[in-house]
Design a protein around this ligand. Structure first.
Ligand code: GLV
Ligand code: MN
Ligand code: MN
Length: 406
């Protein structure tokens, strides 16, 4: 009989093979692989005797009742979507570790006084629509009309995707009025090198950095590549190149500001036509919200200058803006107690990566546990956490669950 930690590792391997591409791991909002992963998670929840549901957006939930039925539930979860060419730990580990902690309690014949709700969010990465946290946003409030009207690369809106692609389009939403859960807990790989350098398997998280996402579109004029002299060109792509380098220079001059351009699209996209339009994404993050807003203003001003000099039109489109989110001091100190009991460590660090807790913090206190990952590597197929560290993370979660008051 495999231990809960061994089961967790084999489940990670199994989910890591469920992909929309044979070439690499990718699961995006409501894609076939995303739905297949959701079905596997639901079946593991059922195996634990949990009552399961799936929301219209694809988010899955398993409920383990407590001995005191009126007690507020504790939410534990993470996301099961991935980036493109992903590793198998980012997101999935948090759901699978939560299942393993409950399995440990079951083997120890321990019943908790309060209900535990395990949540698997259908979209955190925001790959398909460039909008992060769709899954966790759906449990705090209905998605607003502007969000539902957001289109993917094929022109399909989020609203239409839910109605036509979701296996549970007509199901009741999973929704928590503010203040109804006792808290939200998420285990996640660190995605950085602090734990590796400290020689520690795990730590708690103090806060989650703020993040802005934008889509920038530059419009010039398409023309013939062989006959248009350089001074007469209005090339949207060379203008975008100048803008992208300006973003890099701004971030390099202002640590810990980080700016990433991860996607670019060019029209008409032919080697012998001057690009008419170029669109690219901006992901801009800083732990301090005011500094992040100032950086956005500076970047916008430099883009106005660049496009003016090059006779291009600028469309500056903010897509998402999330403030830095502190973790809850009291829930985090309870988690820290479990961390210290199991590992002896008292390490607490801020998260540079975004997490569903940013959104869930609108309805209840949040806490996060980070697990060491090799070389801090993430959003890469070589992402890796050792089975020993994962087992330690499950032990910490289990200890935390046992220590929570009724
Ligand atoms: C999620 O992985 C993010 O920080 O973008
Ligand atoms: Mn991620
Ligand atoms: Mn993640």
């Amino acid at each position: 009989m495999p231990s809960p930690a061994e089961t967790a590792i084999s489940r990670l391997d199994e989910l890591g093979k469920i992909s929309d591409s044979p070439a690499h791991l990718v699961r995006t909002f409501l894609s076939p692989a995303n739905q297949q992963a959701a079905a596997r998670i639901l079946s593991w929840m059922s195996d634990l005797g949990m009552e399961t549901t799936q929301a219209p957006d694809g988010t899955v939930r398993g409920i383990l009742p407590g001995t005191q039925p009126d007690a507020a539930p504790l939410l534990i979860g993470s996301h099961y979507d991935t980036v493109i060419d992903a590793g198998k730990y980012d997101g999935a580990l948090g759901i699978i570790a939560a299942l393993a902690a409950l399995e440990t309690l079951r083997l120890e014949k321990i019943s908790l006084p309060f209900p535990v709700h395990i949540l698997g969010f259908s979209d955190e990465e925001g790959i398909r629509f460039q909008t992060t946290y769709l899954g966790s946003r759906s449990i705090t409030a209905a998605l607003d009309p502007l969000t539902l009207a957001t289109r993917d690369a094929a022109g399909i809106t989020i609203g239409h995707a839910i109605v036509t692609e979701s296996p549970t389009a007509t199901a009741a939403p999973i929704f928590y009025p503010p203040g109804t859960p006792r808290g939200y807990l998420e285990l996640h790989i660190e995605q950085g090198r602090v734990l590796e350098e400290a020689g520690e398997p795990a730590c708690v998280v103090t806060s989650i950095a703020g993040q802005s996402r934008l889509t920038i579109t530059l419009t010039g004029r398409a023309d013939h590549a062989g006959t248009t002299p350089m001074p007469l060109r209005r090339d949207a792509l060379t203008g975008s190149a100048a803008c992208i380098l300006a973003a890099e220079a701004l971030a390099q001059a202002s640590p810990p500001l980080v700016i990433t351009v991860g996607k670019i699209q060019v029209h008409p996209g032919a080697s012998n036509s001057i690009p008419q339009t170029a669109s690219f994404t901006i992901d801009l993050r800083h732990p301090d919200d005011k500094t992040r807003q100032n950086a956005l203003t500076q970047l916008h001003e430099s883009y106005l200058r660049i496009t003016d000099e090059r006779h291009l039109q600028l469309h500056w489109q903010p897509v998402q803006d999330n403030n830095a989110t502190p973790c809850d001091p009291s829930l985090t100190s309870a988690l820290l107690h479990s961390l210290t009991t199991i590992t002896g460590s008292t390490l607490a660090i801020p998260s540079g990566a975004g997490h569903d807790g940013v959104v869930v913090s609108k309805i209840c206190p949040i806490a996060m546990l980070f697990i060491r990952c090799r070389e801090g590597l993430s959003h890469h197929p070589d992402e890796y956490a050792t089975p020993e560290d994962i087992a330690t993370g499950i032990q910490i979660l289990t200890h935390f669950l046992k220590s929570q008051p009724a």
